[in-house]
Write a new protein. Structure first.
Lengths: 65, 194
């Protein structure tokens, strides 16, 4: 496996981690109504979307490497 | 005497020597961390109580962002070499090195807070497995920094004599670095969140 392929796999797993963090923060918010948890959930969701966009762009731009 | 297949792929494996070597090494690393993760699962399943909220999620999350960013800069360092952009390669490799250093500084503060409060590895089973897993991971970060430091310093001379072989070496360093980052991607939720 090349570094390019391994990087794409890593980004895919990072997207999953960010989505998991968002779900975890929302679940915690239901028990403990702290505003920081909502900020964490939204931040994690934005990070997941950002990483997914980055991964797609990386795949397109490095096709010929 | 030249060692064959340092640049081109071997006909039998379809890989250059270095790539086969790094993947064999990473396979042994998977077994090492896999054994420790298994130990964690067995200890947790067998425990009557498992502590929650003992670690700083904020510091752990910051370190996660740092390592994901460092994997991006690492792959950019390799891609820059492939596009013959030496200056950009140096910039991205230096950035990766600095991000690794920031990760370790963060970890130092985290460890110091625990140790100052008398919460060393002997304090509880959770802290024993926490220090073992993150300590071993931290040593891997230091190992990666030594390799990057070499390629930023004396090892960079190879770019002039054998650019393709140098690019391959940076790729293998990147594979190792991604593996180290991947271990953290599993460590963070397991130790800090669950």
């Amino acid at each position: 496996m090349s570094l390019r392929a391994f990087h794409l796999l890593f980004i895919a797993l990072s997207v999953m981690l960010a989505a998991f963090c968002a779900a975890w923060a929302m679940d915690q918010y239901r028990v403990d109504h702290r505003g920081l948890l909502i900020v964490g959930a939204v931040g994690s969701l934005i990070a997941a979307c950002g990483l997914a966009v980055y991964g797609t762009m990386f795949q397109r731009k490095t096709r010929n490497l | 005497m030249n060692i064959p297949y340092t640049v081109e792929e071997r006909p039998d494996t379809g890989l250059a020597n270095g790539k086969l070597g790094i993947w064999l090494f990473l396979a042994s690393e998977v077994m090492l961390f896999g054994a420790l993760f298994s130990a964690y699962i067995i200890l947790r399943v067998g425990a009557l109580e498992w502590p929650h909220g003992e670690l700083s999620i904020k510091l752990g999350a910051i370190n996660t962002v740092i390592l994901i960013s460092s994997s991006v800069t690492m792959v950019m360092a390799w891609a820059s070499l492939k596009m013959n952009e030496w200056g950009k390669h140096r910039l991205y490799l230096t950035l990766t090195f600095v991000l690794a250093l920031v990760f370790l500084i963060n970890k130092y503060f985290e460890y110091s807070a625990h140790l100052a409060g008398g919460e060393g590895p002997s304090h509880s089973t959770f802290l024993a497995i926490y220090f073992t897993l993150t300590g071993l991971h931290g040593l891997h970060i230091v190992g990666g920094m030594i390799v990057m430091g070499y390629f930023l310093g004396p090892g960079s001379k190879m770019w002039k004599t054998s650019p393709e072989q140098f690019a391959n070496r940076i790729e293998y360093t990147g594979l190792y670095w991604h593996f180290v980052d991947l271990v953290w991607i599993f460590l963070f939720p397991v130790l800090y969140l669950l």
